[in-house]
Design a protein. Structure first.
Length: 75
C-alpha cells in the first residue's frame, strides 16, 4: 500500500523556505525538501484563493465552483 504524507503550508514562499533551510542548517526542513511538492492552483478568482478553499479543492479534487464550500472566519 502506498502512503502519502500531506503537510499543508499556507502562503509559504518556497524560495525563502529553501534559503532559510540552508542558511540556518535546519536539518528537518532540508529533509522535507527531498520530497515531492504539489503547488495548488485550482482557483482563478482572487476571492477564492483562501487557504480553506484551496485545501477543500485539493482534498475533494474539485474546484470551488464544483464543491461550493466557503467558510467565513469570525475572530
Amino acid at each position: 500500500m502506498n502512503r502519502n504524507i500531506i503537510i499543508q503550508l499556507n502562503e509559504v514562499n518556497i524560495d525563502y523556505y529553501k534559503k532559510y533551510a540552508e542558511k540556518y542548517d535546519f536539518k528537518n526542513i532540508k529533509k522535507t525538501l527531498q520530497w515531492n511538492f504539489l503547488e495548488t492552483d485550482s482557483e482563478k478568482d482572487l476571492i477564492n484563493l483562501e487557504p480553506w478553499i484551496q485545501w477543500t479543492s485539493f482534498y475533494a479534487s474539485k474546484n470551488f465552483q464544483e464543491h461550493g464550500i466557503f467558510i467565513w472566519a469570525i475572530i
